[in-house]
Structure formats: C-alpha cells, structure tokens
Write a protein that binds this ligand. Structure first.
Ligand SMILES: [Zn+2]
Ligand SMILES: [Zn+2]
Length: 252
C-alpha cells in the first residue's frame, strides 16, 4: 500500500497550528519525507517515530521546504546514539548556495546526500519503488518528483513551479498529482513564471489525464474555498485540498 500523509501544505510561512511543505510517504512500510519545511518534522512525529525513515527529498533550497532538516538531524543523531538506527537517511538535495550545501553534506553522520542534478539523469531504483526527477521553473534549481510503484506512476509532485509546456508530459497519466497553487489570478502577471494558480494546476491535471489532484503550497493569505472553486471550474477529476493530517491512499 502506498499512503501519503500531508504534514504541512503552506508556502512562505504557515498560519497557526500549521506547517510549511512536508509530506510523509509510506510505501509498504518504507517511510520517506518529501520536503521538510518549517513545522513539518514535528507534524511527522504524530505519525512516525522516524526510526523507519529511509529517505528525505528536498525539491529546492527555499526555507519553506528545508528548514526542519535541522530538527530532523537532531532526532536522527539521537537515534544513532541510542542504537535505534544504524543506517543513515538518504537525502536528495538540489543545487543551491554553496555554504548551505556544504553544511548539509557535513551531516554525514546521519545523512547520505545524493545530488538531484545527478539523480535526474539516472535510474533511482529502490526495488520497492522507483523515483524520477525533472527540472521545473522556479527562482532557483528545483526538481519535480515522480514515484513509480509496481510499474505504475503513482504520484507526480510539481514542487514550486510556474506552468511551462513540458510539465504536462511529466504529469501525464499519474494516478495522483500533488500540485502547487500558490498564486491568485491577479498575481499571475508578476509571479506566474515561478508559481501556479489553482486554475493552472487544475488545467495541468485535466490536460495530463490525471484523475486525482491534490492542491497544496497555499498562501496563508488566500481563501481556500475560492481556490477550490477556481480549480473545480477547470477540472473534471477528483479534487482534494491538502491540509495537515489528511491521508491519501495512492495505491491500495
Ligand atoms: Zn515554497
Ligand atoms: Zn520555492
């Protein structure tokens, strides 16, 4: 069974009792955290003690996607010290500021860093599942993620991105699409090259043949009911608004 639990679903900053980007994936008991923004790791501890955590993927080095890596590292250090864990966690990291990359790479006591720029061009086969990465359109190097289980493209995650034409091909026929919807329509002219509106995410899902769309990476300043209505007008599949604690069975 493949299950996705939303830990945090906000961009930039999170409102009270919420968290920025973070998703816990459980693939037949193997646990993975996709994004680890502020507040995401403490939310994860509601669902896992992290001893089964095998992998963390960070799509890009904006703070709302990585800042809880600092907290996760402390928990992993404790687990190593106490013999609760023997293996490091695989950490997929994108390019970014050298000082930041150097800091994360120095945490080799708990993480085994894999560069996304290299992973993008190779097969990432973990037996139970496979991963593929694709570049998206954002202010800094950012990677979307495809998860394959039993030969099926179970999940595609857009990360933070503006809409661009080849995004449709990356999302094509994915069972679930986890897509960002950061912008309001009036913001599109100014910021549409780096983020999407709910309408664009809905059109992306519609044109890619995706039957299940989960919208995420909301701004705390936006009305989520309005975003839902904008998406519904352009999408015929199952539409879900992400929220911390929501679970989705991606594959039974
Ligand atoms: Zn973000
Ligand atoms: Zn970003």
């Amino acid at each position: 069974m493949v299950e996705l639990t939303v830990l945090g679903n906000y961009g930039a900053y999170a409102p009270a009792n919420s968290a920025c980007s973070g998703y816990l994936l459980d693939i037949d008991g193997y646990q993975m955290i996709l994004e680890c923004g502020n507040g995401a790791f403490s939310k994860a501890l509601k669902y896992t003690d992290a001893t089964k955590l095998g992998m963390v993927i960070i799509s890009h080095l904006h703070h709302d996607h990585y800042s809880d890596l600092y907290c996760l590292r402390q928990a992993l250090k404790y687990q190593m010290r106490e013999g609760l864990r023997t293996e490091p966690v695989i950490l997929y990291l994108p390019e970014g500021p050298e000082s930041l990359k150097a800091e994360f790479e120095s945490w080799d006591d708990v993480f085994m860093v894999v560069n996304l720029s290299e992973a993008k061009t190779t097969v990432n086969d973990f037996g139970l599942f496979q991963l593929a990465f694709f570049s998206v359109q954002h202010q800094i190097p950012t990677y979307g993620v495809q998860l394959f289980v039993s030969g099926e493209k179970v999940l595609t995650y857009t990360a933070d991105t503006g809409w661009f034409s080849s995004l449709n091909a990356s999302c094509k026929d994915s069972r679930y699409l986890l897509a960002e919807a950061s912008l309001k329509e009036y913001e599109l002219a100014e910021r549409g090259d780096t983020h999407m509106t709910a309408r664009q995410a809905a059109q992306l899902a519609q044109h890619s043949g995706v039957q299940n769309l989960i919208l995420t990476h909301f701004s705390p300043e936006h009305n989520l009911n309005q975003l839902r209505r904008e998406a519904e007008a352009h999408y015929e599949g199952n539409l879900y608004m992400s929220a911390s604690g929501k679970k989705y069975i991606l594959q039974p």
